[in-house]
Design a protein around this ligand. Structure first.
Ligand SMILES: Cc1ncc(COP(=O)(O)O)c(C=O)c1O
Length: 356
């Protein structure tokens, strides 16, 4: 008897390895530094906005997410028709690959980068073309441009790069865009944009305004601290935004998620106070690690990368012993989120005691 079979690509989809929750250790507070989450509670007014939405759970959400589009449109000075919201920016990555790739079409991205990229690409039966990052964790944009062929439909640029940390500069992005054919979609994944502090930082919104083939994806999961509510948005020329909306899951972004995102957008001052505090902590951690002899790459997101090779799992185990759970990539390295001050202190202590 034969049974229903998924498409052959489904068996090839790599699993998504989510950051582990912290190990419970009696008498010790444990910290989760494995998913690049925000250690702060929701911004003021967000819980109240969500509570107001909870009472309406018997109704579908506003499918047009009109109030959220209006708020984003006002914030960025872009027409609502240039926006598309989804269940996290990971949802947008899936939708972009689905909307722009036929089976076998190529999607170029850096590696190692965000682990959902090969998953989204394989799920769409497209072909991933992985271009190794440079030794310092930066995108090799020259090699990525050279990897574009006439089968390439999409290029994913992750800036800052998860998990290695560095961001590309505007000059690098401009030079790259000048080399990429105009019919290739370039996705600038700015999930961590609010944490970037560097000269010549990419201005994704200005870049999309200058290019018909550029889409910027962002999220409320990181700086805004709404990871559990799943809201991301894309800013793109109207035809790309329309394609995204066409393939989107109807009613994907819940009523409470829309309410939380809108309320968060109204609290930019408090948002940046928190982001600045996390950036200060990031600087403290990176400085401390370098003083202790670690060669950590530039960290422009809310996380830091340890290039550990074969010692990766040993480092993760040492961190776990100290009550912090990190995200190991076996054989490569560990990504550690910037968290509570105490958690960051423990990371510095673990790293100081671990052989370089
Ligand atoms: C680079 C990058 N892009 C996108 C995402 C997706 O975030 P979300 O789906 O929560 O918006 C993440 C999450 O870790 C990420 O690291």
């Amino acid at each position: 008897m034969t049974s229903p079979q998924p498409r052959s690509n489904v068996a090839e989809i790599p699993p998504y390895v989510a950051g582990k929750p912290p190990t419970v250790r009696p008498g010790m507070t444990s910290y989760k530094l494995s998913s690049n989450e925000n250690p702060y509670p929701p911004l003021p007014g967000v819980v109240e906005a969500v509570q107001a939405g909870v009472g309406a759970m018997n109704r579908y959400p506003d499918m047009g997410a009109s109030a959220l589009y209006e708020a984003l449109s006002r914030k960025f000075g872009v027409p609502a028709g240039h926006l598309s919201v989804a269940t996290g920016s990971v949802g947008l990555i899936y939708q972009l690959v689905q909307a722009f790739c036929d089976p076998g079409d190529e999607v170029v991205f850096a590696w190692r980068s965000f682990e959902a990229y090969p998953i989204a690409v394989t799920a769409a039966a497209a072909t991933g073309v992985k271009v190794p990052v440079l030794a310092d964790g930066r995108h090799d944009l020259d090699a990525m441009a050279a990897a574009v062929t006439d089968r390439t439909k999409v290029v994913l640029v992750c800036t800052p790069n998860n998990p290695t940390g560095p961001a590309v500069t505007q000059a690098e992005l401009d030079a790259f865009l000048a080399r990429v054919p105009s019919d290739v979609l370039v996705v600038v994944d700015e999930a961590y944009v609010e944490f970037v502090r560097m000269p010549d930082a990419v201005d994704g919104i200005a870049t999309y305004r200058r290019h018909e083939n550029v889409v910027v994806t962002r999220t409320f999961s990181k700086a805004y601290g709404l990871a559990g509510f799943r809201v991301g948005y894309a800013v793109a020329p109207a035809p790309i935004a329309a394609a995204l909306r066409a393939v989107s899951l109807p009613f994907g972004v819940s009523t409470v998620a829309q309410a939380a995102a809108i309320a968060s957008l109204e609290r930019q001052d408090e948002l940046f106070e928190r982001v600045d505090a996390l950036v200060t902590e990031r600087t403290r951690v990176v400085t401390g690690l370098r003083e202790a002899g670690w060669h950590v790459p530039e960290a422009q997101g809310n996380f830091v990368w340890f290039d550990l090779g074969e010692r990766t799992l040993d480092f993760a185990a040492a961190a776990d012993e100290a009550g912090i759970v990190v995200r190991p990539f076996a054989g490569e390295g560990c990504r550690v989120s910037i968290g509570e001050t105490e958690a960051n202190d423990r990371l510095l202590a673990v790293a100081a005691a671990f052989p370089r």
